[in-house]
Design a protein around this ligand. Structure first.
Ligand SMILES: C[S@@+](CC[C@H](N)C(=O)[O-])C[C@H]1O[C@@H](n2cnc3c(N)ncnc32)[C@H](O)[C@@H]1O
Length: 273
């Protein structure tokens, strides 16, 4: 199997088990202005009538986009299980939801005014091919807006969890490690400029914000344990990680029973020249 095929096979197998994991983890998160990262992305393309969601998952972002009348919406994803959840959303009955790869989009040239992607572009291999495909299906001056993950905010539960996960992984054989996913250039402004510039996009606009995921400890555990790295771990290892996390989280818990937890995200927007 090629590297790309094994990455995509891993993603498909993971989402077959957890088809709505990202929306469950991040849908309740809030930026300082009170919006979720999905709402921020939706607002960014408020003026676009034909919108494609790349790596649409269970369709949460598409459902928000469908609140504007008269929009033509489409989503593409590798995961049939995630798409099945998207198809169950009544608001998406008119949307075109396709199982497919962002590297070979099943749409004609000039089909969309905007392409959005929430926490998915950063997982995609052969990113130059993805950028070329997005440019092909967008109309002239069309816009790509995507949210990509930054990292854990220091001193809070996400960072503590990542530390515990790292020391757990160091003790495990390579068979328990996930394949390296995506292209790191999608996680920085300069890297994304390289990739998108070559496909005909103007320089990206880049905003960074923290998403607050604080809550009761079990809720925060549900959020952090959605990371792909936990996919290949056996039940005993996950339980041990959970116990260790609960111990660390107890140190952080406020008198009101809230565990502080935050994650940084980047919103990148680029328009075709
Ligand atoms: C982290 S999930 C995000 C799902 C959704 N956008 C959300 O935020 O709720 C990443 C999604 O991207 C999809 N994906 C990853 N690589 C892809 C590719 N090359 N083509 C299409 N979908 C892809 C995965 O199947 C998965 O559903």
């Amino acid at each position: 199997m090629t590297t790309t095929a094994s990455q995509e096979a891993f993603l498909q197998a993971f989402h077959a088990e957890r088809p709505a994991v990202t929306a469950e983890a991040f849908g309740r998160g809030r930026a300082p202005d009170g919006r979720s990262s999905y709402e921020i992305l939706c607002d960014r393309v408020a003026d676009s009538g034909r919108v494609l969601d790349l790596g649409c998952g269970d369709g949460l972002l598409l459902e928000l986009l469908a609140r504007s009348d008269g929009r033509r919406l489409a989503g593409v994803d590798l995961s049939p299980e995630s798409l099945a959840l998207a198809r169950r959303r009544p608001a998406l009955s008119g949307a075109r939801l396709e199982e497919g790869r962002a590297q070979a989009l099943p749409f004609p040239d000039d089909s969309f005014d905007a392409c959005v992607s929430h926490m998915a572009l950063m997982l995609m291999a052969e990113i130059e091919q993805v950028a070329a495909e997005v440019a092909r299906v967008l109309s002239p001056r069309g816009v790509l807006a995507c949210v990509v993950g930054g990292g854990a905010v220091g001193g809070e539960a996400y960072e503590r969890f990542v530390g515990l996960l790292r020391s757990t992984m160091q003790k495990l054989p390579p068979s328990r490690h996930i394949p390296a996913l995506g292209d790191r250039r999608t996680r920085t402004r300069e890297g994304l400029d390289d990739v998108l510039g070559a496909a005909g996009f103007a320089p990206v606009e880049w905003d960074t914000f923290a998403i607050d995921l604080s809550g009761p400890v079990e809720q925060v555990w549900e959020t952090v344990s959605g990371l792909y790295d936990l996919g290949p771990l056996d039940h005993t290892t996950v339980e041990r990680l959970r116990e260790d996390f609960l111990t660390e989280a107890a140190e952080l818990t406020t008198p009101q029973g809230i565990v502080p937890c935050a994650f940084t995200m980047h919103l990148a927007t680029a328009r075709l020249r």
